[in-house]
Design a protein around this ligand. Structure first.
Ligand SMILES: C[S@@+](CC[C@H](N)C(=O)[O-])C[C@H]1O[C@@H](n2cnc3c(N)ncnc32)[C@H](O)[C@@H]1O
Length: 189
């Protein structure tokens, strides 16, 4: 029998909805599945982490939203999935090259708003193994709804410029839902 809390509906909190519910998942999962380890940074309630871990990819899911992490831990039994509460504005105590892939889904605009995006991308570049991939999902600057206020949305040149400053390279994004872009960036091998 499941413990009582495990049968509750997933929590609703920051972001209210998981991007996993409304984007084309295939290109995201294809880019990250099979990596030695994926960091899901700003994982929310962890739908992407669970999908990757259920497919056999080891995942470290990181967020500062305690309720979402608690729910995710309840779902993670038996899966190659670890959950960590941390602020992405501070250094993550992980070794260089620890990750084959990183997912930053609907999170980068928060770090831009708090002036921490450059530090975070530099950190991601350090944590990625050579040849590793960073998948960024962000709403395009088109008036909501759905999604965050127009003022915090990022243009493709902004996202690619931040990535490039960190030494990560990539082409223009592809659309994975109305006004939602997927950027695939690589750390040079
Ligand atoms: C819009 S939700 C996206 C959740 C999930 N990645 C998705 O795509 O559905 C943004 C998440 O980023 C987390 N977040 C934002 N800033 C953060 C920070 N500085 N440190 C840790 N988590 C942060 C929030 O707690 C929230 O869970």
């Amino acid at each position: 029998m499941q413990p009582p809390e495990a049968s509750l509906a997933p929590p609703s909190g920051p972001g209210k909805h998981s991007s996993y519910e409304f984007v084309d998942r295939a290109p995201v999962l294809a880019a990250l599945a099979g990596a030695r380890c994926v960091l899901d940074l700003g994982c929310g309630r962890g739908d992407w982490s669970l999908a990757l871990a259920r497919a056999g990819t080891p995942v470290l899911a990181v967020d500062r939203w305690r309720q979402g992490l608690r729910w995710l831990r309840q779902q993670a039994g038996g899966l190659p999935l670890r959950v960590c509460e941390a602020d992405l504005g501070a250094p993550l105590p992980l070794p260089d090259g620890a990750a084959g892939g990183v997912l930053l889904s609907l999170v980068l605009h928060h770090l831009v708003a708090s002036g921490k995006a450059q530090d975070l991308l530099a950190q991601i570049a350090r944590l990625l193994a050579p040849g590793g991939v960073l998948a960024i999902i962000e709403f395009l600057p088109v008036p909501p709804p759905p999604g965050p206020p127009l003022a915090v949305r990022l243009t493709p040149p902004q996202v690619l410029g931040l990535a490039s400053e960190a030494g990560l390279t990539g082409a223009l994004p592809r659309s994975i839902a109305a006004h939602v872009a997927l950027y695939l960036l690589r750390k040079p091998a």
